[in-house]
Design a protein around this ligand. Sequence first.
Ligand code: SF4
Ligand code: MG
Length: 323
Amino acid sequence: MALLEIENLNVTFNTRHGKVTALDSVSMHVNAGETLGVVGESGCGKSITALSVMGLIPMPPGRIAGGEIRLNGENLVTASDARMRQLRGAEVAMIFQEPMTSLNPVFTVGDQIAEAIMLHQNVSADRAFKDAVALLDRVGIPSPDSRARNYPHQLSGGMRQRVMIAMAVSCRPKVLIADEPTTALDVTVQAQIFDLLNEIQRDFGAAIIMITHDMGAISEMADRVAVMYAGRVIEEARADDVLDTPQHPYARGLISCIPALGKDDTELREIPGVVPPLHMLGAGCAFADRCDYAQERCRREKPALVNHGHHPAACHAVEEGRI
Ligand code: SF4
Ligand code: MG
């Protein structure tokens, strides 16, 4: 049994366009000590998947319409709000992409971490603050004693992200979800944060779910990868397999967007076109409008996630050996 298993998760939202399917039979799992990369452009359902695990989908307008999310066998979809409050932070924790909006500007960072500790552990405020300072030290913040007394705006972006990580791991969660944790940071700081997450994982044995639009981050961090497109998982395998032999045209496109190492090629490549809005999804493959391999069948029939030789991919061209 995997530590966290998501099985056939369906999430719908009521919108002004009517009911849309944000997640369509999404399945993925992560084992203890492993990093699962969830990759795709924005609007593919990565963050909705993360929020579902955290029990933070706004309901309404959102609704989990089917499927299970099992943490150590316990189904979180049917867990009570009280149970989810217990689990959140203590067993599953999340690092959000923009620390400035998830840290409270009117409290010092030490107090905020201490607060998170006291929420789940029966310790004094003094003890919690000391633990917070130790955590700031652990995540590589210099002079943690005085930094603990700083407000978020007094820290650099990289330091704020370290504070978020300290807060997220303060109760030693089994599953740590990192949603685009380095998007706002420059490349050097980004690499430092990846190193830190890897170290923390070694120390604590946590499973990490790393959400990103960047295949480069996947190659740095992930053991396995689920590629998402328009609310579905369209390819899933070991990270090496996806990076070396991507199957789905979308996965191939994301990989061709990784800047070539050592090349003085700063031109940012992108896959032409955009993810279709959820209310515009038709009967066929959601990638058809952007796909060089699209044929008539693609517009009619949704491809299933099946292993056609290498590893699971949801594509008719792969199935038919046209690609
Ligand atoms: Fe392209 Fe068709 Fe494969 Fe979709 S199913 S990715 S449209 S070839
Ligand atoms: Mg997102």
